[in-house]
Design a protein around this ligand. Structure first.
Ligand code: NAD
Ligand code: UGA
Length: 462
């Protein structure tokens, strides 16, 4: 079949592959190829055992794979043949040198820019899909224009707003698609070309265009705003625990104001995931580099509140279990950073697990999707009894335990038979619900001592 255009995506991760799978499924006239340096990942994308767990993704991949969607390790060939290249490589927080712990590590991104220059022999549109510091497109342009072949590369910013666990839905029905470009003739023309791809399935009024810098910065700001809401409600949860107010009632009352809205107001043990912390740190770093220290401090507080919430949660477990958890078996219900994903990057579960092990608790972890990642995250860390127990079956994990700690809001945890679990546990038995997903009154009735977040505790102690 003859395709109207060749699209390449460099980076077959959580963003690159789902995004390209949806583009391929919706645009049969386009040939879409996804490449990655990790051959293992590419093998996974070519199988039915996809490298990431994402509801509905396999169905979308199956629609297009082999028809107009291809996963390959041939990066140079992919670049050569492409008309449009999406760059969706990882941009983690720098761990070394200037800006360590704050700035984005742009080494993967820069490497792709050089590879594009080296392997191109005609004009291309380069689309920044990765989340990048504002004004990165300028650096991208400089590297690309250095080529001695006289080839024109037009750089576009098209940040991704999908959430893990709902990536397919977010891609199929996005709130908006943002396309930033230079405001000159070739920039605007390239932006229209990218818009035309999304116009296959996204309504025109949801495709927003802007200048390059607004698009880059909008992505960082969107994540900062979302994280700020979580830190705000988590800060309130601490006050609720001192005053017997109920944080869920407050979220409902406050979120009913249409100017505020109900979403992202669920108190938790803190936000995790690969992006919120990284992107806010990056925003803070950029602000400081422009001398905007007050602005930087403002956003930094969002991260500090998140750390405080995780710390506060662990302290509460220790305090309520009579100030010692040495040798006590504690079960983490969940380890993924949120439900419906196996991703554990920056999961609060990592912090909670480490702290409980430091206090010499015996740890069992159960999660329907994240046990392999949990094993990797905690590799080398042992408890008093040696290895941490990783158990798919929550009932087996809970046997002989003294406390259940809800880390991830999986639906299946709500449906567990807690009578059965209670019988198998040591007494007194505790529940610390870091997500407020369980029926606390019912657990109390069964006999548990229940400690929700931001709500009065329910205990049988006199
Ligand atoms: P990821 O780590 O899952 O995937 C990145 C992939 O890029 C990896 O498979 C890696 O092997 C590959 N890669 C790195 N350098 C390469 C190179 N030179 N050539 C070919 N492949 C290369 O990362 P991700 O979660 O998909 O995130 C990618 C970007 O998207 C980041 O900037 C992130 O901030 C942003 N983002 C992520 C999400 C999310 O939900 N994960 C959502 C929106 C935006
Ligand atoms: C987030 C954004 O929602 C996406 O728009 C963005 O594209 C993405 O980051 C990114 O740039 O990587 P994601 O991290 O996948 O998506 O998941 P979220 O649903 O935002 O959850 C992030 C964390 O906040 C999770 O740990 C979640 O449990 C927590 N959270 C979320 C709360 O604690 N309370 C809430 O009310 C909502």
């Amino acid at each position: 079949m003859k395709f109207s255009k060749n699209i390449l995506c460099i980076g077959a991760g959580y963003v690159g592959s789902p995004t390209m799978a949806v583009i391929a499924a919706k645009c049969p006239d386009l040939k879409v190829t996804v490449v990655d340096i990790s051959e293992e990942r590419i093998r996974g994308w070519n199988s039915d055992d996809l490298p990431i767990f994402e509801p509905g993704l396999l169905d979308v991949v199956r629609v297009a794979r082999g028809r107009n969607l291809f996963f390959s390790s041939d990066i140079t060939g992919g670049i050569r043949d492409a008309d449009i290249i999406f760059v969706s490589v990882n941009t983690p927080t720098k761990t070394f040198g200037v800006g360590a712990g704050m700035a984005s590590d742009l080494q993967y991104w820069e490497k792709t820019a050089h590879e594009i220059v080296a392997n191109s022999d005609r004009a291309k549109i380069i689309v920044e899909k990765s989340t990048l510091p504002v004004r990165t497109a300028e650096a991208m342009e400089r590297i690309l224009q250095e080529n001695k072949k006289g080839i024109h590369f037009e750089v576009i910013s098209n940040p991704e707003f999908l959430s893990e666990g709902s990536a397919v839905k977010d891609l199929l029905e996005p709130d908006r698609v943002l396309i930033g470009s230079r405001q000159n003739e070739s920039g605007l023309k390239a932006a229209q070309e990218i818009a035309a791809i999304f116009a296959h399935w996204v309504a025109a009024d949801r495709i927003i265009t802007s200048n390059l810098w607004s698009a880059e910065l909008s992505k960082l700001v969107a994540n900062a705003f979302l994280a700020q809401r979580i830190s705000s409600i988590n800060a309130v949860s601490a006050l609720c625990e001192k005053t017997d107010a109920d944080v869920d009632e407050i979220s409902f009352a406050v979120g009913s104001d249409t100017r505020i809205g109900p979403r992202f107001l669920s108190a938790s043990i803190g936000f995790g995931g690969s992006c919120f912390k990284k992107d806010i740190l990056n925003l803070v770093y950029i602000c400081r580099s422009y001398g905007l220290n007050e602005v930087a401090d403002y956003w930094q507080a969002v991260i500090e509140m998140n750390g405080y919430q995780q710390e506060r949660f662990v302290h509460k477990i220790i305090k309520e279990m009579f100030n010692t958890i040495v040798g006590k078996k504690i079960v983490l219900l969940g380890f993924a950073f949120k439900a419906n994903t196996g991703d554990t990057r920056e999961s609060p579960g990592i912090h909670v697990a480490r702290k409980l092990l430091e206090e010499q608790a015996v740890l069992a972890i159960t999660d329907p999707q994240a046990l392999d990642n949990a094993r990797r995250d905690l590799a080398g860390i042992t408890g008093v009894t040696g290895a941490v127990e990783y158990e798919l079956d929550p009932y087996r994990a809970a046997a002989d335990a003294q406390a259940l700690v809800v880390v991830t809001e999986w639906e299946e945890f709500k449906k567990l038979d807690f009578e059965r679990i209670f019988v198998s546990m040591r007494k007194p038995a505790f529940v610390f619900d870091g997500r407020n997903i369980l029926d606390h009154r019912e657990l109390f009735r069964i006999g548990f001592n229940v400690f929700p977040l931001g709500k009065p505790s329910l205990t049988h102690f006199k």
